[in-house]
Design a protein around this ligand. Structure first.
Ligand code: NCD
Ligand code: ZN
Length: 345
């Protein structure tokens, strides 16, 4: 059995860092493991302009403990009124790597998101022209559609027509959760790729109800049934460069999770790469982890692969029950349970 794995330093292609004291408390988990991370723009005040994205980037850089070389890759939050000029500004900033589509009301801080994708045509056409990728939260918000079917319906109603209309547009289907999404990505041309989280690879929807209601397994898109999880594993370990790592680590304080209407989001950053190693090991595909975690994402975004390495060892450790988080605390994925791989210093 492999007990030590040296891989190129990975990138997290989908991360929520939040801001202020909360960011300060979580950023170190990511910088320890990843060379770069794509930072989601869904702050309380969404990052809808290049100026706001640059200011957020400065705050992130200032909050780093060391000069270790971690690079935040910024995104812009798409709205109905994002202009083609704003897209050009984003591109010429040199630091904005993509534009995030949240259907309005789909998830945390998505109220300013897109109400009708056709309203975004000028922005999307400019993105296609400039090669700036669209990062998609792929769920419809139609209350008539079952929560567990929202990704599939999004493909049919929004994504497939979009790809037809703008075949040049580069698209990352974020945190995919279903076999339908895997198949859509496989059938599309090389400009369409997808991220997969560790939690969607590790758990199915039973985790939400195991012995009671479990808010720390609630995220969006919600965990799906076992056969969908199996389809995700097959995609992740396939070696196909269209699939790459994006944790969607989404921190929320205890008081926002342990309440009558808890927020969506799973905080996996404290064991992000270790948890993916578990998945790949269980699937007998540890030798494929490096490409999924360190090569495919960088290649899709046209970035050089990271130069450094990280070492993972097969040595179990206990995830703490909680960590400090601003004025509150935060409960990580696997709290009080074993994580089977560890990062060697
Ligand atoms: C994310 C968050 O909390 O910002 N939550 C989540 O469940 N993934 C938003 C998102 O990516 O949907
Ligand atoms: Zn997310």
């Amino acid at each position: 059995m492999t007990s030590r794995l040296v891989i190129n330093r990975p990138d997290d292609m989908h991360l929520h860092l939040r801001d202020g004291a909360e960011m300060q408390d979580v950023i170190g988990f990511t910088t320890k493991r990843f060379g770069r991370a794509i930072i989601m723009p869904n702050l309380k005040l969404p990052v809808t302009t290049t100026i706001a994205a640059m200011a957020y980037r400065d705050r992130i850089l200032k909050s780093l403990y060391t000069e270790g070389g971690f690079r935040p890759l910024m995104t812009l939050y798409l709205t109905d009124s994002t202009s083609a000029t704003e897209i050009s500004n984003a591109r010429s900033s040199g630091h904005i790597i993509g534009v995030k589509l949240y259907p309005a009301g789909a998830t945390t801080h998505s109220d300013s998101g897109v109400t009708d994708i056709l309203k975004c045509t000028p922005a999307l056409e400019k993105m296609a022209e400039l090669g700036l990728p669209l990062l998609v939260h792929g769920e419809v918000v139609d209350p008539k559609v079952d929560v567990f079917d929202r990704e599939q319906v999004f493909i049919d109603r929004i994504l497939a027509p979009l790809v037809q209309r703008l075949p040049e547009l580069r698209i990352v289907f974020e945190h995919i959760t279903t076999q339908a999404a895997v198949e859509f990505v496989l059938d599309a041309d090389s400009q369409v790729a997808a991220t997969i989280t560790a939690h969607h690879l590790l758990y199915n929807r039973n985790a939400l109800f195991h012995g009671g209601l479990r808010p720390y397994y609630y995220c969006l898109p919600v965990l799906k049934r076992e056969r969908e999880r199996e389809a995700l594993i097959r995609a992740a370990i396939s070696g196909n460069p269209k699939f790459f790592l994006g944790t969607d680590s989404a921190p929320h304080a205890r008081n926002a999770k342990e309440t009558s209407c808890g927020c969506a989001g799973i905080f996996s950053a404290p064991a992000a790469i270790e948890l993916y190693a578990e998945v790949f090991e269980q699937a007998g595909a540890l030798e494929r982890l490096e490409a999924f975690a360190s090569f495919h994402g960088a290649d899709f975004y046209g970035l050089p692969r990271n130069k450094g390495k990280i070492t993972l060892v097969r040595s179990a450790w206990m995830m703490p029950e909680r960590y400090p988080y601003g004025a509150d605390e935060i409960v990580p994925l696997r709290a009080g349970e074993k994580v089977h791989w560890a990062l060697a210093d």
